[in-house]
Design a protein around this ligand. Structure first.
Ligand SMILES: [Mg+2]
Ligand SMILES: [Zn+2]
Length: 197
């Protein structure tokens, strides 16, 4: 008999990186510029405890622009996972768009389908991990994150860390898409998600 259970898709929480997980610094072009925001590990741990997959989705056009090498991106991922692990938290996946249509680096010069607000990163993760995008949540500090959420039918959540507060005040009023929930930070966002799973 076919195991029906294995074909059931799970909801996930997609997290933007810069300004949502770590301090917004512009380009994280050195390992020393990566600092977890307060409460982030606790927030992710609370999602881990609910067995809801947590997936990082991040645009890193600094690679395309030649600001830093791929090795730095790998190093930052290791640091992020280590800092989270120190507080008992983990992410289930990290998906990165390194592209930019006007990239200096030829290998990354492409009008891709994965640079947020495009939805390629989320679709790839959904295929890899068996996720139900329409039951998922996307948390970020920019309208591009919210647009990406709506693009896949997920719940858009804005955090006021990073660019969030400014985007809410100056960008948001002109936008058609609005967040379903606005949280002070990832801790508040995770609390809301768990209450609305
Ligand atoms: Mg961001
Ligand atoms: Zn891309």
């Amino acid at each position: 008999m076919i195991n029906q259970e294995s074909s059931i898709l799970k909801p996930a929480v997609f997290l933007d990186r810069d300004g949502t997980i770590n301090e917004q610094m512009g380009y994280v072009n050195h390992i020393n510029r990566f600092h977890l925001l307060e409460g982030v590990a606790e927030a992710i741990r609370s999602l881990n405890e609910k067995s809801i997959p947590v997936v990082v989705v991040t645009n890193q056009s600094g690679l395309a622009r030649g600001y830093f090498p791929k090795s730095l991106l790998d190093e930052v991922n290791v640091k992020m996972e280590k800092l989270l692990a120190q507080e008992g938290a983990f992410v289930d996946g990290i998906y990165i768009c390194p592209h930019h249509p006007e990239a200096k680096e030829e290998q990354y010069r492409v009008a891709c389908n994965c640079r947020k607000p495009k939805t390629g990163l989320l679709e790839k993760a959904a295929l890899d991990m068996g996720l139900d995008l329409k039951k998922s949540f996307v948390v970020g500090d920019r309208w591009s994150d919210l647009k990406c959420a709506v693009g896949v039918g997920a719940v858009p959540i804005l955090v006021l860390t990073g660019y969030g507060r400014g985007d809410l005040e100056y960008i948001g009023p002109r936008q058609e898409i609005q967040p379903t929930f606005v949280g002070e930070d990832l801790r508040e966002a995770a609390r809301w998600i768990i209450a609305n799973l």
